[in-house]
Design a protein around this ligand. Structure first.
Ligand code: ATP
Length: 300
């Protein structure tokens, strides 16, 4: 199975709610930077990981989200055997691109096929929801709007291809730490910035840009409420953003909770030029296009 990483082209975080969570408004785009998951019959559940990104932060025990996904399918179907899960990672770990969610979505489909459990798609999506807010999107892919906790998904109309240049970082940023930093920032500046909208929505301009496949329009509308918090925790990201925008990017944005920085380019040639400029400056850079499919079978 192959499942895509994602870029949040728009991410607005609502006011902190009494239960300690926030409602969000997210425009997700699945991109061609993907993780692959292979499964084989085995007595128990196990996971092995390889790939092109730093793997140090990927757990190899039952806490790996792929193992948790397989366990949910076993519980839901009553299947008693196991699976040896192999993940080939290309989506950066704790990078704000939903790599763990991609692995979870791919594993749900992979073990369902391997074990012939034939759970209905709706039930697999429900299991995806239980695994994490970004897992349903990795499952469906394409372009979608997430509201509520981010997991209430509706597909968005999109056409054309968007060209992205991604700057990966050695450090990881923990999503809860970035949200906590945002809350602390809002509390410190409560008098100047006023309360956040408790029920944020994705603006019409973003939907229109995605529908038109227009990179300039999307560049003007991209926004991430978590970006200031991520920059506060990782000040070095500011110079990455400056360098990209000074080398032809239409716009740059911290992806999700970061620290991956995503630059939107006008076309494939501009993306290549930008990649060269950023690589020359010693950054770890990959190109990707979007939108792409959600989790899907590559081979039997
Ligand atoms: P998001 O953008 O969805 O918030 P992320 O891209 O920042 O997520 P991930 O790489 O998806 O981060 O998840 C990172 C966290 O999940 C780490 O704490 C890591 O230890 C844990 N984890 C569990 N299973 C996996 C997995 N298969 N791949 C990556 N991280 C995993």
């Amino acid at each position: 199975m192959r499942a895509p990483g994602k870029i949040n082209v728009y991410l607005e975080v609502g006011e902190l709610l009494d239960d300690g969570y926030h409602d969000v408004a997210i425009a997700y785009q699945a991109v061609s930077l993907c993780d692959d998951v292979r499964v084989r019959h085995a007595d128990d559940l196990s996971v092995a990981v390889s790939g092109s990104v730093d793997l140090a932060r990927v757990p190899l025990d039952a806490t790996n989200i792929a193992v948790r996904a397989a366990r949910l399918v076993a519980e839901a179907s009553g299947y008693r055997g196991g699976a040896a899960i192999e993940i080939e990672k290309h989506v950066p770990v704790t990078g704000g691109m939903g790599g763990g969610s991609a692995d979870a979505a791919a594993t749900l489909l992979a073990v369902d096929a391997l074990w012939e459990t034939q759970l209905p798609r709706e039930q697999l999506l429900e299991l995806a929801r239980r695994l994490g807010a970004d897992v349903p999107f990795a499952f469906t892919g394409g372009t979608a709007i997430g509201t509520g906790r981010g997991d209430e998904l509706s597909p968005a109309l999109a056409q054309g291809v968007f060209h992205w240049v991604l700057v990966l970082s050695d450090v990881g940023l923990s999503t809860p730490a970035v949200y906590a930093e945002l809350d602390a920032h809002r509390a410190r500046h409560a008098r100047d910035i006023g309360p956040a909208d408790p029920r944020p929505v994705v603006p019409a301009q973003v939907l229109q840009a995605l529908r038109a496949g227009d990179p300039r329009m999307l560049a003007a509308a991209m926004h991430n409420d978590l970006q200031a918090a991520a920059l506060h925790l990782e000040p070095g990201l500011a110079s990455v953003l400056e360098l990209g925008e000074g080398n032809g990017a239409l716009a740059g944005i911290v992806s999700g909770s970061g620290p991956t920085v995503a630059f939107l380019a006008e076309d494939a040639d501009a993306a290549l030029e930008l990649q060269v400029a950023l690589t020359t400056a010693q950054y770890d850079v990959v190109r990707a296009t979007g939108p792409v499919h959600g989790a899907r079978i590559l081979a039997d």
